[in-house]
Design a protein around this ligand. Structure first.
Ligand code: AHR
Length: 530
C-alpha cells in the first residue's frame, strides 16, 4: 500500500462542519475536521534512521558547534561541548553522516588521527577556504557518536581518494587489535573496534564529488563496495554495515537508473543496500530567500516547494520498484532541508541561516512524507546538525539556542520505530496569493507499547483547526502532548529570545463523546491518544 493510499488527505473546501466548538463566533474558526485513526491497519515500521543528521566540516558545523577542544573554558568532555551533546541526546539521533558533503571527497582521514600537535593543517577549499586543523578526526567523531548515543554514517572519499585509502580507513576503525590497523587505533586510545553502521560511497559524484557520468561512478561503486571492508566481528546480522550509493540529484534519474539496473544484474562481489537522494527546499537556485523577516508569500512558497518531496520520492521509488520490487534497497534522503540566503554579514561559504517556525513546519511535513513512504525511505539526514543550514542548534561562544526544527525532531521521537497506521482527514485548503496548499497534514503510528501517536500540522497561518479525533472502534478518552507555534511564521529563537518558538502542552477535551483538539494556526502538534 502506498503512503498516498494509506492517508486520505482530500484537498477540498467541503469540510464537515460542526458548529459551536472552539474559538467563538468567527465562522472561519468553527469548521470541525474529523480525524479517523485506524490502529487495526498497521503499516510498515517507521525506520528511526529517517531522523538522521548530517555534520560536515563546514563553517561552525564542527569547530565551535561540536568541537571546542579539551582546553576550552566551554564545558566539554574530551573536547566535545557538553551543552550540545545534552541537547542532541534528547533527540535520540539515530545516525550522523560525517565528514561531508563536498568536504568528504577531499578528506584524507590520516590527517585527522594521532597526536593532535602533529596533525596536518589544511584548507577547507569547499567551504570558505577556512583553516582545517584536523583536530576533530575519526576518533573524536566516534567519541561524539558515543556521547550522543548514535551510530556512525561515514562518507568516504571517492572523488580524490583511492580505494586503498578508504579500505585502510575502515580497517583503522574496525579491525581487531591483532592487526596493525587495530594496534594503531589502540595506540590512539581505542582498543575495541568501532561500529560503522553506514558507509556512503561518495557524495554527489554527479557534482562536487567529481562530476562523474553515471557509468564512471558505477565502476567506482563496484570497486569501493567490494574492497572497503568492515572487520568488526560484532557487526553481523542487522548490525551489518549498510552501503549507500550515490543516487539522485533532485529529480534527475540518471544515477538511479544506472545504479539500480546494475544492482539488479549484480554479481556476488559487489552490492549496496541504500541509494541516496539529495533535495533541498530553496524555492530556486542559488538559494536567495531570507531566513528571517519574511512575509506570508515566502511562507507559502516554501511550504509548496517542500511538499514536492512527496512526488520526488514517488518518482524515484517507482523507478527503484522496477529493479527491486521487494524494496531491498533503501532510499536514503541523506541531504534535505531548507537552504536559504546566508545571513547578512556572515561568510557566504559558511551557510549560516536563521531557523524559523516555518522551518519547523517544513521539517514536520518532510518527516510525515518520509514516514508515508516508509516502505522505501529508510534513512534521511537533515542538513545540518549545528550552525549550518536548517540546523537543530545554533551556538555562539558558550551559548546555545535550540531551533524550531530541533523542537519538531524532539516532539517526533515517539515515531522512531513505531508502526505507521492509517489516518484519514479532510485536509482542506490553505491558499495565499495564488499558491494553493493542503491546510492540514497528519501522521499516525502505534509504538511498541501499543500507544497511539498523532502528529498534526496546520499549515494555515491564520485559521486554527478544531479536530474531532476518533481512534479505532474503542472510545479514545484523551489526547495529550505538545504543540509548536509562535506569533509569526517567521518567528525565530535568538540568544536574546531563545524561547520565542517553544513547544507547549496541548490536550484534547472530551465533548459529547468526541475528542476535540484545537490545533492552532501555523502549528505542529504531537499527541498521544488513549
Ligand atoms: O550541505 C551542504 C552541501 O550541499 C553538501 O556539502 C553537498 O553535498 C551539498 O551540495
Amino acid at each position: 500500500m502506498t503512503g498516498r493510499l494509506c492517508m486520505l488527505l482530500v484537498a477540498t473546501l467541503a469540510i464537515v462542519v460542526t458548529p459551536g466548538y472552539g474559538a467563538g463566533a468567527d465562522p472561519r474558526h468553527d469548521a470541525v475536521v474529523e480525524v479517523q485513526i485506524d490502529p487495526a491497519t498497521a503499516g510498515p515500521g517507521i525506520d528511526p534512521n529517517i531522523f538522521g543528521q548530517f555534520a560536515e566540516h563546514l563553517g561552525a558545523g564542527i569547530y565551535g558547534g561540536i568541537w571546542v577542544g579539551r582546553d576550552s573554558s566551554i564545558p566539554n568532555v574530551r573536547g566535545i561541548r557538553s551543552d550540545v551533546v545534552g541537547a542532541l541526546r534528547a533527540l535520540h539521533v539515530p545516525n550522523v553522516r560525517w565528514p561531508g558533503g563536498c568536504f568528504a571527497d577531499e578528506y584524507h582521514w590520516r590527517d585527522g588521527v594521532g597526536a593532535s600537535q602533529q596533525r596536518k593543517v589544511t584548507l577547507n577549499s569547499n567551504w570558505g577556504g577556512s583553516v582545517e586543523p584536523n583536530a576533530f578526526g575519526s576518533d573524536e567523531f566516534m567519541d561524539f557518536i558515543e556521547q550522543i548515543g548514535s551510530e556512525a554514517y561515514l562518507s568516504i572519499n571517492v572523488g580524490s581518494g583511492t580505494p586503498r585509502e578508504a579500505a585502510d580507513w575502515l580497517a583503522y576503525l574496525t579491525a581487531p587489535v591483532s592487526t596493525s590497523a587495530g594496534q594503531e587505533r589502540a595506540g590512539n586510545g581505542h582498543a575495541a573496534p568501532y561500529r560503522i553502521k553506514f558507509l556512503g560511497i561518495g557524495n554527489e559524484s554527479w557534482g562536487c564529488g567529481g562530476a562523474m557520468s553515471p557509468e564512471y561512478y558505477l565502476n567506482q561503486l563496484k570497486i569501493y563496495s567490494r574492497f572497503v571492508r568492515n572487520f568488526n566481528p560484532l557487526q553481523s546480522g542487522d548490525q551489518t554495515m549498510r552501503r549507500i550509493a550515490v543516487g539522485a540529484d533532485g529529480a534527475d534519474t540518471s544515477y538511479v537508473e544506472a545504479d539500480m539496473h546494475a544492482w539488479h544484474d549484480r554479481v556476488w562481489s559487489w552490492s549496496f543496500e541504500g541509494l541516496s537522494l539529495h533535495s533541498y527546499t530553496s524555492a530556486g537556485w542559488p538559494p536567495a530567500h531570507p531566513s528571517e523577516h519574511f512575509d506570508e508569500r515566502e511562507y507559502a512558497l516554501f511550504l509548496k516547494d517542500t511538499l514536492g518531496m512527496d512526488a520526488l520520492i514517488g518518482k524515484h521509488s517507482a523507478l527503484m520498484d522496477r529493479y527491486d520490487p521487494d524494496r531491498k534497497v533503501a532510499l536514503a534522503v541523506d541531504e534535505w532541508g531548507v537552504w536559504l540566503a546566508p545571513l547578512p554579514g556572515s561568510n557566504p561559504g559558511f551557510l549560516v541561516q536563521q531557523n524559523s517556525l516555518r522551518d519547523g513546519i517544513v521539517a514536520a511535513l518532510n518527516l510525515n512524507i518520509f514516514a508515508r513512504h516508509a516502505e522505501r525511505v529508510r534513512m534521511a539526514n537533515i542538513a545540518q546538525m549545528v550552525n549550518v543550514l536548517q540546523s537543530m542548534i545554533i551556538t555562539q561562544n558558550d551559548r546555545m539556542v535550540l531551533t524550531p526544527t530541533y523542537h519538531v525532531f524532539r516532539m517526533y521521537v515517539p515515531f522512531q520505530n513505531a508502526q505507521r497506521i492509517a489516518v484519514r482527514l479532510d485536509a482542506g485548503v490553505y491558499a495565499h496569493d495564488g499558491i494553493v496548499l493542503p491546510r492540514l497534514d497528519a501522521l499516525a503510528a502505534v509504538d511498541a507499547q501499543h500507544r497511539i501517536w498523532l502528529a498534526a500540522v496546520n499549515l494555515d497561518p491564520t485559521r486554527e483547526a478544531p479536530l474531532a479525533i476518533a481512534a479505532g472502534q474503542g472510545h479514545a478518552h484523551s489526547a495529550k502532548g505538545e504543540v509548536l507555534t509562535a506569533q509569526r511564521v517567521d518567528s525565530v529563537n535568538s540568544f536574546a529570545a531563545p524561547d520565542a518558538v517553544a513547544p507547549r502542552p496541548i490536550a484534547a477535551t472530551l465533548e459529547a463523546g468526541k475528542l476535540m483538539l484545537l490545533l492552532p494556526a501555523k502549528s505542529v502538534a504531537v499527541v498521544q491518544i488513549q
